[in-house]
Design a binder for this molecule. Structure first.
Ligand code: URA
Length: 434
């Protein structure tokens, strides 16, 4: 078998066999296939697609390109959740302790932010001393003791995705449904959960800009889940505006704690309850999503979600004092208020631009190697549908310098649209596919 023939076959729109896909993935993993040939095949896949069999074969090959975790010794259905990436999406920090406090073990492997999209691991690492490099045996021990583990991507897990994703990132081949499906599902399957809830973002701040693509991505991911004998639910949710009001690592930790304390409602709260309820339903803890939401609301009211969050912080060497004193979290030295330039209604937001504004404050990174400023970010003051007057505060930006604050201010002003007419409010939860 030879990689050039495989590239030509996909270039000419023919179906690849399982053996050819295995050959490609093992060659990428052991380095015998060069980056330029891998990139050529990725572009051929981006342009000509993969059918269901090819996508299943690619996911399988990627899943087994490294080690896989086995959590079968832990009682109960282990649940995981994955977001396809968005802005101000701090649901994991809230729902993981809430779901675990209902007695359902949550073992979650998360990633770092890249581009306009934030990452759970960066948020957790903004908490002084919090440790995310947890190996399989420690994860097992924590899951047995507390029922919750939040950890970074293990090096040995799905090494093929590390190489493929890095090349996709620099060759314009990220937004391909079969490549996204295999990338996400291989990592979730290898990470060992029995049930997975996928938050498929749709809108201006997501890879999937429209509902049709988000539905197709969800359908393919749930099919793969079935094939891999995992219970998968996909929730298609709006990324037409930032999910929460805080964007940036320590700022999002604060908002998550405020939700756990019962002080913050809104879209972040609503989506968190829905995703958490799907996790409880997939674990067999409740019969309906409504029942799950009620159970989670109780865990906020009686403080057990917040207590589980404290337990997580202590377990992973973080400072739990941050829960009572936000000044212990990193904060930026400079800030700037962004004001509305006209009267009207907030009628739309280019959410990816707001994500880029947060990168301009140094809360996120453009390249994997970039250093981030944990205290930097943005607090939004408006949502779509709000009425504003010229001079009203629409956001506050936080960074290490006036220059960075000004760059972020410009991006926010071009991202937030104001019109004379009251707009339709985007629906937060568009579909739930079980
Ligand atoms: N997240 C992933 O893990 N992989 C993709 O391809 C896209 C989003």
């Amino acid at each position: 078998m030879n990689i050039v023939d495989i590239i030509i076959k996909k270039r000419d729109r023919h179906k690849l066999t399982r053996e050819e896909i295995n050959f490609f993935v093992s060659g990428v993993t052991d380095g015998t296939i060069s980056d330029y040939q891998t990139s050529a095949l990725l572009m051929a896949v981006f342009l000509n697609g993969l059918d269901r069999d090819e996508t299943f074969a690619l996911t399988d090959a990627m899943t087994h390109s490294g080690k896989t975790f086995d959590f079968s010794s832990i009682n109960g259905t282990k649940v995981d959740k994955h977001s396809t990436g968005g802005v101000a999406d701090t649901t994991t920090l809230i729902l993981a302790p809430l779901v675990a406090s209902c007695g359902v073990p949550v073992i979650k492997m998360s990633g770092r932010g890249l581009g306009f999209s934030g990452g759970t691991i960066d948020k957790l690492e903004s908490i002084p001393n919090f440790r995310t490099n947890i190996d399989e045996s420690e994860a097992l021990q924590f899951a047995k003791e507390s029922g919750i583990v939040l950890m970074g991507q293990s090096d040995g897990l799905v090494p093929a995705d590390k190489k493929l994703y890095a090349l996709r990132d620099v060759t314009g081949t990220v937004e391909s449904i079969p490549l996204i499906v295999s990338s996400i599902m291989s990592k979730k399957i290898a990470a060992g959960a029995d049930a997975i809830v996928l938050d498929v973002k749709c809108g201006s701040g997501a890879f999937m800009k429209n509902e049709k693509d988000a539905l197709e991505l969800s359908k393919q991911m749930t099919e793969i889940g079935k094939y891999a004998k995992r219970k998968v639910t996909a929730v298609i949710s709006s990324m037409d505006q930032p999910l929460g009001m805080n964007i940036g690592n320590s700022l999002e930790v604060i908002e998550a704690i405020e939700v756990l304390k019962g002080n913050v409602k809104g879209d972040l709260y609503e989506l968190t309850l829905t995703l958490g309820a799907c996790m409880l339903k997939n674990a067999g803890k409740v019969l309906s999503i409504d029942e799950g939401k009620k159970m989670l609301e109780e865990k906020i009211k009686d403080g057990s979600g917040l207590n589980k969050f404290r337990e997580l912080l202590i377990q992973q060497s973080g400072s739990d004092s941050v829960v009572d004193d936000y000044s212990l979290l990193p904060h930026a030295s400079t800030s700037k208020t962004v004001y509305a330039k006209e009267d009207g209604f907030i009628c739309g937001m280019d959410t990816d631009l707001i994500g880029k504004a947060s990168v301009a404050t140094c809360a996120g990174r453009i390249k994997k190697e970039d250093k981030i400023d944990y205290g930097a970010g943005i607090i939004m003051n408006v949502r779509i549908g709000d009425k504003v007057k010229m001079g009203d505060k629409i956001a506050e930006v936080f960074s290490a310098s006036d220059e960075k604050c000004e760059q972020a201010e410009k991006l926010i002003l071009s991202a937030v649209h104001i019109s004379k007419n009251s707009p339709d409010i985007p629906k937060l939860i568009k579909h739930i596919i079980e």
